[in-house]
Design a protein around this ligand. Structure first.
Ligand code: ADP
Ligand code: ZN
Ligand code: ZN
Length: 700
């Protein structure tokens, strides 16, 4: 007796092309079993996807290749997990095999059954969660925390939007919720997601202090393959009660999943920007509903999508929308910082740091407090230019300028990575006087050092300025040591990109300044204001986090914003820390313009050797879509070049498609797939167009 097995393997095929491959097996392996199968000349890992089909009455000429060894030391992947993968594949227009295999730890592909069995024996059981010292003496919850927790714990399932100011104790609510869940149900597991790898160590420390080392594992791309495998196995076996991770953790196999937390749910990092472009936040909500697990989305500035989906807890209809829970007060922290706007139109031309801000930072230094200066652009200067002939440091491979990095005197393209030493003179006219234009964090750091060169700290020593950004933290462990220096008070003024704005629990920072946030106010990307508001609120949240410290210092926390548009409504809302007003105004604009969350979008992107070829593909695709069922319910916009049209010598174009109905958009995309695949060869035979579909794109 033989069986046919439909197996998901990693192939480049797109969803509609049927990505399950059939193999013959002497045994009827159950769905979810991991197996090795021959594919071309290799042997690859696959997942049995469908129930086995008997080959007893099959056509004799159906020559199926036989499956290889099954990794049967491992329990099969559950039905809920397979449903999640299948949904993600369908929704984001990818193949099941691509999503399934990417969700498994890479090392699983190389281990033999015996090696795997050995790994599994190493650690498979944990008892009930260990009473740790911290767990024995938890803090007393505030009234707001108590109310939020009670509401979350009241029902069996549901999605909650926890809108809590920075420092309102959201994490404490997560911890308490997890603790109650694990205590009540010995098989229960919780998944807790954070947007950035560099926030995981801090969170891991907090969870381990509360629940003990064995109960908690992490899953993120900064781990080694053996570490990832160990975490994954612990989650899959149920030994790990709590999984902490970045967006990839949404696919962790967790048979006992009962709670999912998505912290900083508005953060763009939850959207994968290459390959399968999934939103881990949205998948978390779907997964919670599928598995009957509670979902908590936490943020001080929720995404407008989530805010729009939520209703206040009182009097809410039970129609499956998110329940909104508010925690406006800070705990253990001072009041939210006073927001001060500096009108840069009233400053002398070329002012970088206004006199008033300089004084305010100086006062902090004199009192031994810390300040944080935030600029969302790394490098020394975004462009190097020749005033004589107009030469600029363009990248030869991209339609973008190369950034000047003074530290190693290089010009670096932030898009393709092309790096050269800075020329001694203008490559075009020989003028030796080429100069930086504009300002990045490196130059800001240098400027602050000059401004404070003559100032001394209370003990007479020199002012210490430090910078944290993607450049300063490239080396393994660099970020940790730089953050540790800030925490231990070895830094007076910290300069950095958005990396320093997120999540960190700094205790001695009493002033935060955004020196040039205006760019996002008039961006062509309709989500730019939402992102800027979130970032500024989050930056403000880094100041005055320790009320006792503020009281002892006799200090107040301040957030400074230098802008040419002081009257902008975004800033007036920020001044009042009024997310609700900001959200209302933004949603009114979006509703009037028929934009998300009132419409659903997808992008069709095409990459080709020429812009014409890329756009021709998109136009042909659009024409082909005319004939599809329901095409009249989906708007297709004209093909346009991307804002940065050429990267690494590849021309890029895109077409926006939009519908007031998510279902209509999905139906069109599904029918479109095979047509796109057929159209990908250029008519002149000049190669293949690379294309992708981005569903619910973040920036358009
Ligand atoms: P959020 O995640 O909302 O920014 P946290 O949960 O990190 O806030 O809490 C901010 C600070 O307040 C932390 O140092 C935390 O330990 C402390 N904290 C939270 N809840 C309480 C409480 N009920 N009593 C005392 N301190 C608390
Ligand atoms: Zn020149
Ligand atoms: Zn480049």
């Amino acid at each position: 007796m033989a069986w046919r097995l439909d197996i998901a393997v990693q192939t480049p095929a797109h969803a509609a092309l049927g990505d399950l491959l059939s193999y013959a097996s002497p045994a009827p392996l159950v769905p979810g079993t991991l197996v090795r199968v021959p594919l071309g000349r290799r042997e690859v890992l696959g997942v049995v996807w469908n129930p086995p089909v008997s080959l007893e009455n099959a056509e004799p000429d159906m020559a199926l290749k036989p499956v290889g060894a099954a990794l049967d030391a491992l329990a099969p992947l559950g039905e809920a997990w397979r449903d999640l993968v299948a949904f993600a594949a369908r929704y984001y227009q990818r193949s099941i095999g691509e999503i399934a295999l990417a969700a498994l730890p890479p090392q699983l592909r190389d281990l033999s059954g015996t090696q795997l069995a050995r790994r599994l024996r190493r650690k498979t059981t944990t008892g009930p969660v260990a009473e740790t010292a911290e767990a024995a003496h938890p803090v007393a919850l505030s009234a707001e925390q108590t109310a939020a927790l009670a509401r979350i714990e009241a029902g069996d399932a549901g999605t909650f939007l926890l809108v809590g100011s920075t420092g309102s104790g959201k994490t404490e609510v997560y911890l308490r919720c997890v603790a109650d869940l694990l205590a009540a149900d010995p098989g229960a597991q919780a998944l807790v997601m954070v947007p950035e790898i560099n926030l995981t160590p801090q969170l891991e420390a907090r969870f381990k202090a509360r629940f003990g080392d064995d109960a908690v594992v992490s899953l993120h791309s900064g781990m080694t393959n053996p570490q990832r495998l160990a975490s994954w196995l612990a989650a899959h076996s149920g030994a790990a009660r709590i999984v902490l991770g970045t967006r990839m953790a949404v696919f962790a196999s967790m048979p006992g999943l009962k709670l999912v937390v998505v912290d900083e749910e508005h953060d763009p990092s939850y959207k994968q920007q290459e390959g399968a472009r999934y939103s881990a936040r949205d998948l978390a909500v779907w997964r919670g509903q599928r598995e009957g697990a509670k979902v908590i989305l936490g943020s001080a500035t929720p995404s407008l999508e989530s805010w729009h989906q939520s209703r206040p807890a009182e009097g809410e209809d039970p129609g499956g929308r998110y329940v909104r829970l508010a925690m406006p007060s800070r705990i253990g922290a001072g009041e939210l910082p006073t927001v001060r706007l500096v009108d840069m139109n009233l400053q002398p031309p070329k002012t970088v740091i206004s006199g008033a801000l300089l004084d305010a930072i100086g006062q902090r230094i004199a009192r031994g407090e810390q300040s944080m200066v935030f600029l969302n652009r790394r490098g020394y200067a975004p462009v190097l230019a020749c005033a004589d002939c107009g030469w600029k440091s363009e990248c030869p491979h991209c339609s973008a300028y190369r950034v000047f990095h003074k530290i190693d005197r290089t010009l670096r393209c932030h898009h393709c990575g092309f790096t050269e030493r800075v020329p001694r003179a203008c490559p075009s006219c020989g003028n030796p006087d080429i100069a930086p234009v504009g300002r990045g964090t490196e130059r800001l750091e240098e400027h602050l050092a000059e401004l404070f060169a003559a100032v001394t700290r209370p003990d007479g020593s020199a002012v210490r300025i430090a910078r944290i950004d993607a450049d300063s933290t490239k080396k393994q462990g660099a970020l940790e040591s730089q953050l540790a220096a800030v925490h231990s008070g070895e830094v007076d003024v910290l300069v950095g990109t958005q990396m320093i704005a997120k999540g960190h629990d700094f205790r001695r920072i009493t002033l935060v300044a955004a020196v040039n946030p205006d760019g996002a106010l008039f961006s062509s990307d309709f989500r730019a204001p939402e992102r800027l508001f979130g970032l500024l609120m989050q930056s403000a949240g880094r100041a005055g986090r320790d009320a006792a410290y503020l009281a002892a210092q006799g200090a107040t926390a301040e957030m400074w914003i230098q802008t040419h548009h002081a009257q902008h409504p975004l800033f007036s809302a920020l001044r009042r820390h009024d997310y609700t007003a900001f959200a209302r105004q933004q949603l009114e604009e979006r509703a009037a313009a028929g934009m998300p969350p009132f419409a659903f979008q997808a992008l069709l992107r095409a990459d080709a050797r020429t812009q014409e070829a890329a756009q021709a593909f998109l136009n042909a695709a659009s024409a082909a879509a005319d004939a599809l069922e329901g095409a009249d319910r989906v708007v297709r916009y004209p093909a346009v070049p991307l804002a940065i049209q050429r990267v690494a010598n590849v021309e890029r174009a895109q077409m926006l498609i939009e519908s007031p109905s998510r279902a209509a958009l999905q139906r069109l995309l599904a029918q479109w797939q095979p047509l796109l695949h057929a159209l990908r060869r250029t008519p002149e035979g000049k190669g293949v167009i690379r294309w992708l579909v981005d569903v619910d794109p973040h920036s358009i």
